[in-house]
Design a protein around this ligand. Structure first.
Ligand code: HEM
Length: 129
């Protein structure tokens, strides 16, 4: 599968604005991680883990990417997933599907959904095994 080019910084910044900034972003991530935690394909990755804390770290990571925070001090994606079961292509695809469903449920515009999904897709080779 060909990977999309990483979306432009401007598109990510616009996405952040359209979400309503940090409160909007955090609300969506909280829902997204709840959905992944309950998912039949992905739930086991999150077993025994603090979903809210993972959502918070992901939010910090995204805020840096969206130009809303000067830095991100957590683990980079390539490192964060090394000590868990291998993330296979089907897992990665499933995550993107759940992300799309979550964003639609929160009324995010299709163009912004493409931007967010495109951003995640750019990390496929860093995270997937
Ligand atoms: C199916 C795909 C994925 C699964 C199953 C998954 C699962 C997880 C889990 C379980 C953790 C918690 C690790 C721990 O606390 O021990 C985590 C952390 C994290 N993930 Fe993912 N992840 C996936 C894809 C991604 C992608 C695509 C990105 C980036 C765009 C990402 C970014 C992060 C970040 C930034 C953290 C937090 C690191 C920290 O705590 O400092 N993940 N992920």
């Amino acid at each position: 599968m060909t990977e999309n080019p990483a979306p432009q910084k401007a598109a990510l910044a616009a996405l952040y604005q359209n979400l309503g900034g940090e409160p909007g972003l955090r609300k969506i991530l909280s829902d997204f991680y709840q959905r992944m935690g309950q998912d039949v394909m992905l739930g086991f990755f999150f077993q025994g883990k603090d979903l809210e804390s993972i959502a918070r770290n992901q939010g910090n990571f995204l805020m840096r990417a969206m130009g809303a925070a000067p830095s991100y001090s957590g683990q980079p994606p390539a490192q964060a997933h090394r000590s868990m079961a291998p993330i296979l292509p089907g897992h990665f695809d499933r995550r993107l599907r759940i992300l799309e469903d979550t964003l639609r449920a929160h009324g995010v515009a299709e163009a912004d959904i493409r931007t967010w999904v495109g951003f995640e897709e750019a990390f496929r080779s860093a995270v997937q095994r």
